[in-house]
Design a protein around this ligand. Sequence first.
Ligand code: NAD
Ligand code: ZN
Ligand code: ZN
Length: 364
Amino acid sequence: MPKTMHAAVVTAFKQPLQLQEWAVPRPGPGQILVKTEACGVCHTDLHAANGDWPLKPAPPFIPGHEAIGIVVALGAGVTTVKEGDRVGVPWLYSACGHCEYCLSAWETVCDQAQFGGYTQNGGFAEYLLADPDYVARIPAGLGAKEAAPLICAGVTTYKGIKETEARPGEWIAISGCGGLGHLAIQYAKAMGLLVCGVDIDDGKLDHARRLGADLVINASTQDPADVLAHETGGGAHGVLITAPSLPAFKQGVAMTRKRGTCALVGLPPGSFPLDIFNLVAGAITVRGSFVGTRQDMAECLDFAARGKVRADIELQPLTAINRVFERLAHGDVPSRVVLDFADPPAAVAADSHPDHALVQQVSA
Ligand code: NAD
Ligand code: ZN
Ligand code: ZN
């Protein structure tokens, strides 16, 4: 086991990540050490690096919550995973297991929850620690790179679709057809729904069509609420807003059919106005949805293992992270970038100081 590892680190908000050499962490009691094979880059990582949300992570920290890797070391008392297992280290890094939310299978909203790549160091590094009770079990036959986007983008959209309560044969509108949205379209089709993809980029909408969307709307040239009302006879039964953009939220609620549910998943900082009369008179539900539980994770991975859903991935090395963030900020990532750890950056002199996390700066 090497003593040091490469990591892309947020050292200050709104600044480029630094490629650094850190000591490989040692698993404490109840923890495991995972050797990263691949890690997806979620728009949430960008929000994290920008300090966008009221609950802020504390720099220096290592982002990344779509990490897939192999268990290489067990801390004392770990019995539920073994060395050699392939696991995913997701956003829901751990929870208390005892509160009313944990006891009712809502561990995603546990007050004590820790978040991967946010309150705990994540997968933009060659190794990371994890809680064996909260890792995703990657089904045999699913490769690390293709599994990576599923453990955030996949589980979040699968859960969000369920939260809309739209039933087979009904319409769901997916607002934002990027990393989350391209998987949402596939889950929704696999769940028997009629799908409308909404985005502001024609390339994303062409892709949505190829993935099976029955209808697509460019929200920058057409009013999606008008088009949907006309095409579906009253709007979508379910709406899933994944777009990291405030205008999409007002539009998403307006796209919702009477008695339908609009699930909010995208997380742009800020707030948006709700039209009280139309919500009340239309008996419309607006609901937040936050990643998914461990059971949702198992279900969403099973869809992929059965070939019903497949993430479209673009592989990049860890050293490309700042360029990937720039593209993500400008909507220039077609679906999902996955950092591939098969080809690690060139080794730097391992003059290791294991007592300090940071060993030395590496120029990218
Ligand atoms: P992404 O950048 O890959 O995709 C965003 C898509 O939204 C792009 O296709 C973009 O063209 C489109 N878009 C931008 N403005 C739009 C508009 N006005 N109308 C329609 N589409 C628009 O991002 P992603 O990784 O899919 O993440 C999306 C959001 O979801 C982020 O805010 C992220 O933090 C959030 N997120 C939330 C959860 C959760 O648990 N609730 C989990 C993961 C990600
Ligand atoms: Zn994510
Ligand atoms: Zn709890």
